[in-house]
Design a protein. Structure first.
Length: 147
Protein backbone atom coordinates (compact mmCIF):
# COMPACT_ATOMS: atom_id res chain seq x y z
CA UNK A 1 0.00 0.00 0.00
CA UNK A 2 1.14 3.51 -0.69
CA UNK A 3 0.06 6.53 1.32
CA UNK A 4 1.32 9.85 0.02
CA UNK A 5 1.68 12.55 2.66
CA UNK A 6 1.90 16.18 1.57
CA UNK A 7 2.23 19.20 3.83
CA UNK A 8 1.14 22.49 2.26
CA UNK A 9 1.59 24.42 5.53
CA UNK A 10 4.58 25.85 7.38
CA UNK A 11 4.11 23.41 10.29
CA UNK A 12 6.62 20.63 10.89
CA UNK A 13 4.44 17.50 10.82
CA UNK A 14 7.21 14.93 10.43
CA UNK A 15 6.42 12.97 13.60
CA UNK A 16 2.65 13.32 13.16
CA UNK A 17 2.88 12.03 9.57
CA UNK A 18 4.84 8.97 10.72
CA UNK A 19 2.25 8.13 13.37
CA UNK A 20 -0.68 8.84 11.04
CA UNK A 21 0.77 6.57 8.37
CA UNK A 22 1.11 3.75 10.93
CA UNK A 23 -2.48 4.27 12.12
CA UNK A 24 -3.82 4.22 8.56
CA UNK A 25 -1.87 1.07 7.70
CA UNK A 26 -3.27 -0.65 10.80
CA UNK A 27 -6.75 0.44 9.74
CA UNK A 28 -6.28 -0.96 6.25
CA UNK A 29 -4.97 -4.22 7.69
CA UNK A 30 -8.01 -4.41 9.99
CA UNK A 31 -10.20 -4.03 6.89
CA UNK A 32 -8.18 -6.72 5.05
CA UNK A 33 -6.93 -4.30 2.42
CA UNK A 34 -3.36 -4.96 1.34
CA UNK A 35 -2.99 -3.01 -1.90
CA UNK A 36 -4.26 0.51 -2.37
CA UNK A 37 -2.99 4.05 -2.80
CA UNK A 38 -4.21 7.40 -1.61
CA UNK A 39 -2.88 10.80 -0.61
CA UNK A 40 -3.28 13.01 2.42
CA UNK A 41 -2.72 16.71 1.85
CA UNK A 42 -2.58 19.05 4.85
CA UNK A 43 -3.71 22.59 4.08
CA UNK A 44 -4.89 25.72 5.89
CA UNK A 45 -8.47 26.93 6.43
CA UNK A 46 -8.42 29.28 3.41
CA UNK A 47 -7.46 26.45 1.06
CA UNK A 48 -10.01 23.95 2.39
CA UNK A 49 -12.66 26.70 2.40
CA UNK A 50 -12.15 27.14 -1.36
CA UNK A 51 -12.33 23.36 -1.92
CA UNK A 52 -15.52 23.13 0.12
CA UNK A 53 -17.05 26.07 -1.75
CA UNK A 54 -16.02 24.94 -5.23
CA UNK A 55 -16.70 21.21 -4.97
CA UNK A 56 -19.43 20.92 -2.35
CA UNK A 57 -21.15 24.30 -2.67
CA UNK A 58 -20.59 25.01 1.04
CA UNK A 59 -19.11 28.46 1.65
CA UNK A 60 -17.07 27.81 4.82
CA UNK A 61 -14.04 25.91 5.96
CA UNK A 62 -14.31 22.30 7.08
CA UNK A 63 -11.99 19.87 8.83
CA UNK A 64 -11.57 17.14 6.21
CA UNK A 65 -12.66 16.54 2.62
CA UNK A 66 -12.22 13.27 0.76
CA UNK A 67 -12.17 13.08 -3.01
CA UNK A 68 -12.78 9.47 -3.99
CA UNK A 69 -11.78 8.53 -7.51
CA UNK A 70 -14.54 5.95 -7.52
CA UNK A 71 -17.78 6.64 -5.74
CA UNK A 72 -19.38 3.25 -6.29
CA UNK A 73 -19.73 1.25 -3.06
CA UNK A 74 -19.40 -2.01 -5.00
CA UNK A 75 -15.79 -1.39 -6.08
CA UNK A 76 -12.98 -3.45 -4.63
CA UNK A 77 -10.29 -1.14 -3.21
CA UNK A 78 -7.52 -3.76 -3.56
CA UNK A 79 -4.76 -2.39 -5.76
CA UNK A 80 -6.59 0.82 -6.61
CA UNK A 81 -5.73 4.47 -6.32
CA UNK A 82 -8.54 5.57 -4.01
CA UNK A 83 -8.23 9.36 -4.09
CA UNK A 84 -7.15 12.31 -1.96
CA UNK A 85 -7.89 13.45 1.57
CA UNK A 86 -7.48 17.12 2.48
CA UNK A 87 -7.11 17.97 6.17
CA UNK A 88 -7.28 21.52 7.54
CA UNK A 89 -4.48 21.95 10.06
CA UNK A 90 -6.27 24.98 11.49
CA UNK A 91 -9.45 22.99 12.15
CA UNK A 92 -7.42 20.09 13.57
CA UNK A 93 -5.83 22.43 16.13
CA UNK A 94 -9.09 24.20 17.03
CA UNK A 95 -11.10 20.97 17.29
CA UNK A 96 -8.44 19.36 19.47
CA UNK A 97 -8.85 22.26 21.89
CA UNK A 98 -12.64 22.19 21.61
CA UNK A 99 -12.85 18.43 22.27
CA UNK A 100 -10.17 18.44 24.96
CA UNK A 101 -7.70 16.04 23.39
CA UNK A 102 -4.34 16.27 21.65
CA UNK A 103 -3.64 17.63 18.19
CA UNK A 104 -2.23 14.19 17.30
CA UNK A 105 -5.50 12.49 18.24
CA UNK A 106 -7.54 14.93 16.14
CA UNK A 107 -5.11 14.71 13.21
CA UNK A 108 -5.27 10.90 13.23
CA UNK A 109 -9.05 10.96 13.64
CA UNK A 110 -9.41 13.17 10.56
CA UNK A 111 -7.06 10.94 8.57
CA UNK A 112 -8.96 7.78 9.49
CA UNK A 113 -12.29 9.49 8.83
CA UNK A 114 -11.14 10.56 5.38
CA UNK A 115 -9.71 7.11 4.59
CA UNK A 116 -13.01 5.43 5.49
CA UNK A 117 -14.84 7.81 3.15
CA UNK A 118 -12.47 6.82 0.34
CA UNK A 119 -13.31 3.19 1.10
CA UNK A 120 -17.05 3.85 0.68
CA UNK A 121 -18.10 4.38 4.31
CA UNK A 122 -20.43 7.26 5.06
CA UNK A 123 -22.53 8.74 7.85
CA UNK A 124 -25.61 9.93 5.99
CA UNK A 125 -27.96 7.68 7.99
CA UNK A 126 -27.91 6.76 11.68
CA UNK A 127 -27.06 3.14 10.83
CA UNK A 128 -24.20 4.13 8.53
CA UNK A 129 -22.96 6.64 11.11
CA UNK A 130 -22.90 3.99 13.82
CA UNK A 131 -20.87 1.62 11.61
CA UNK A 132 -18.39 4.26 10.43
CA UNK A 133 -17.87 5.98 13.77
CA UNK A 134 -17.45 2.67 15.61
CA UNK A 135 -14.85 1.58 13.10
CA UNK A 136 -13.01 4.91 13.44
CA UNK A 137 -12.80 4.53 17.19
CA UNK A 138 -11.67 0.90 16.95
CA UNK A 139 -8.84 1.81 14.55
CA UNK A 140 -7.70 4.71 16.73
CA UNK A 141 -7.90 2.76 20.00
CA UNK A 142 -6.10 -0.27 18.55
CA UNK A 143 -3.37 2.13 17.40
CA UNK A 144 -3.04 3.68 20.87
CA UNK A 145 -4.58 7.00 19.83
CA UNK A 146 -7.01 7.77 22.63
CA UNK A 147 -8.72 10.86 23.97
Amino acid sequence: MKIGLFNETNEDLTSEFKILKDVLKKGLKKLNIDKCEFNIIVVNNDYIHELNKNYRGIDRETDVISFALEDDKTFNPEGRVLGDIYISIDKAYSQALEYGHSFLREFCFLGVHGMLHLLGYDHMTKDDEKIMFSLQEEILEESGIVR
